[in-house]
Design a protein around this ligand. Structure first.
Ligand code: AMP
Ligand code: MG
Length: 199
């Protein structure tokens, strides 16, 4: 594991002032754990290689494993990809919610190459948890976020479990909420006009 700077991990409330502080941390390329309806996410500004690189170091995650990109709205999500019209009904039914779509990125993509592990494709979703969506909206750019655990350990659904694993390694955790679902999102790819279940 690469050397990690020791940080004082702040627990923030899931209210406008906590979300604003968390967004400032993210804008400064720090990592913030936040609740989603699936599990807690370990978030970084998805447009910053510096910030995204920290996710892989802190989790000890292989850099070949791409990260899911979280958007605040359907409109923000589909701006990142060449969006197939065939999928419009699907996203109207499933977003916000625990469905990730893997689609080709637009040529003028703003997403960090590290976040997608160098792939042409990007995995995107719009989380149902309103704290997560407010945080992304406040930052003003999408958030790359795998589960907020060390790789190989259990994905956390409570802020105290995130603290137990990542305390001293990340800037802040937005606490006060439990994850309603507790398991990771479903992942679908759309390749050659066919939907493929990837997870
Ligand atoms: P997680 O490990 O829960 O963070 O989910 C990440 C998983 O989403 C990866 O291991 C891939 O299976 C899938 N995924 C995310 N982004 C992409 C991508 N750009 N291309 C293909 N699969 C992706
Ligand atoms: Mg995970």
């Amino acid at each position: 594991m690469s050397r990690i700077e020791k940080l004082k991990t702040e627990i923030l409330m899931p209210d406008p002032s906590g979300i604003e502080k968390a967004a400032i941390h993210l804008a400064n390329d720090h990592l913030v754990a936040f609740p989603t309806e699936t599990v807690f996410g370990l978030g970084a500004n998805a447009c910053s290689n510096t910030a995204v690189s920290k996710i892989f170091s802190v989790k000890n995650r292989p850099r070949l494993n791409p990260l899911i990109i979280h958007a605040a709205t359907k409109e923000q999500a589909i701006r990142l990809v060449d969006f197939p019209v065939d999928l419009e009904k699907l996203i109207d039914a499933c977003w916000p919610g625990p469905l990730t779509l893997v689609l080709p990125q637009r040529n003028d993509t703003i997403i960090s190459k590290l976040a997608v592990a160098g792939s042409r494709n990007v995995g995107i979703r719009v989380p149902a948890n309103s704290v997560a969506r407010d945080l992304i909206a406040k930052l003003g750019s999408p958030i790359a976020a795998p589960s907020a655990n060390i790789s190989g350990r259990i994905s956390p659904t409570r802020a105290e479990d995130v603290y137990g694993q990542l305390q001293g390694r990340i800037s802040s955790i937005i606490g006060g909420e439990q994850c309603a679902i507790g398991i990771e999102s479903t992942i679908l790819g759309f390749f050659r006009d066919e939907l493929i279940l990837l997870r």
